[in-house]
Design a protein around this ligand. Structure first.
Ligand code: NAD
Ligand code: IPM
Ligand code: MN
Length: 349
């Protein structure tokens, strides 16, 4: 059989630390299934920019297109770092990858695993997935500023929503809801205020809903959705939402399910015209970088999503079960290093 050909982008801060563990686990999982794995590492991120002045060269983007999938750590400098303009790496590298490779489904599952302490007193069973739009919204860089630095400064950041882009992600949300036992889709927006984009989303959901009579549809304004994410997270099954709302919702979702160190994601091109990219929801965590304090579980679960996307379901289940087994034995007062967590999960694969 042809080898599984994976690009690895460790990135900055804790990125290399957590990716090292995800790679360990990936190697173990595929060896147990007799799959050949070929890994190619790419040096990209804020540190790489400081050394080379490169964000994402065309040749690198082209090379990345040749892989089956990408495993990504995290990029970005510390918020106070003045050596690098804020947003440069995020936009010119990370978002450029998501946009160029048409990662229109940003899939972010949230589950409260057995044995994990939620900060909520009565969380109930939490098991939902956020389908975050990945290529549009206010992320596209459609903005500008006038009279910068003056008292008359005007800045715009225009959210772009196309019928094509909204429909494909909404349809993906319905497909996923239809395939899940509870068959419930909640779309989250703010159509009481954002009437142009909001009404496009609303009409699209209503039109696509007609094709999925088995799916129960619910709508929440994003502010109210934040109430329910804390007071009754068990009500959610599939959440479909735009790029910015999805970013914010998924950090809160991570927090209520035991922390950002457990939250995995996939930037998925469902049409498979380019490789999809799998990464933890968290960033480069400069505050704990280089100290072996980061939890690699999110990166490891992202590797499981990668395996699943490529059709290696048995290997994906192995990783997921190993994580579940490890999590169920965690003790809050016995902090383990990044590598120790990775080793324990690896041993359980
Ligand atoms: P962050 O997610 O890096 O960190 C937020 C908090 O969560 C920090 O206290 C951090 O220590 C903690 N944390 C994060 N991951 C953890 C892990 N695996 N285990 C334990 N604790 C963890 O968010 P931030 O501080 O807002 O951003 C830092 C940098 O990362 C910025 O440059 C930002 O742009 C970038 N960023 C990148 C990505 C990405 O590459 N996908 C995602 C988010 C932020
Ligand atoms: C994430 C991050 C990114 C986003 C940033 C770093 C561009 O916060 O992956 O959630 O906003 O999508
Ligand atoms: Mn985010």
């Amino acid at each position: 059989s042809t080898p599984m050909n994976i690009a690895v982008i460790p990135g900055d801060g804790i990125g290399p630390e957590v990716v090292a563990e995800a790679v360990k686990v990936l190697e173990k999982a595929v060896s147990a299934e007799d799959i050949e794995l070929q890994l190619t590492e790419y040096k990209l991120g804020a540190e790489h920019w400081l050394e080379s002045g490169e964000t994402l060269p065309d040749a690198t983007l082209q090379a990345l297109r040749g892989h089956d999938a990408i495993l990504f750590g995290a990029v970005g400098a510390a918020p106070g770092d003045t050596r690098i303009p804020s947003g440069l790496i995020e936009r010119e590298m990370l978002l450029k990858l998501r946009f160029s490779l048409d990662h229109y489904v940003n899939l972010r599952p949230s589950r409260l695993y057995q044995g994990v302490a939620s900060p909520l007193a009565n969380p109930g069973p939490i098991d939902f997935v956020v389908v975050r739009e990945g290529t549009e919204g206010p992320y596209v860089g459609n903005g500008g500023a006038l009279r910068v630095g003056t008292a008359q400064e005007v800045a715009t950041e225009v959210s772009v929503n196309t019928a094509y882009g909204v429909e494909r992600v909404v349809r993906d949300g319905f497909r996923r809801a239809s395939a899940r036992p509870r068959k419930k889709l909640t779309y989250v927006h703010k159509h009481n205020v954002l009437v142009y984009a909001g009404h496009l989303w609303k009409r699209t959901v209503e039109a696509v809903a007609a094709e999925f009579p088995d799916v129960a549809v619910d709508y929440l304004h994003v502010d109210a959705a934040m109430i329910f994410l804390v007071t009754d997270p068990a009500r959610f099954d599939v959440i479909v939402t735009d790029n910015l709302f999805g970013d914010i919702i998924t950090d809160l979702a991570a927090a209520v399910t035991g922390g950002i160190g457990l939250a995995a994601s996939g930037n998925i091109n469902m049409d498979r015209t380019a490789p999809s990219m799998f990464e933890p929801v968290h960033g480069s965590a400069p505050d704990i970088a280089g100290q072996q304090k980061a939890d690699p579980t999110a990166a490891i679960l992202s590797a499981a999503l990668l395996l699943e996307h490529l059709g290696y379901d048995a290997a994906a289940r192995r990783v997921e079960h190993a994580v579940i087994a490890d999590i169920s034995q965690r003790s809050p007062d016995a902090a383990r290093s990044t590598a120790a967590i990775g080793d324990a999960i690896c041993a359980a694969v």
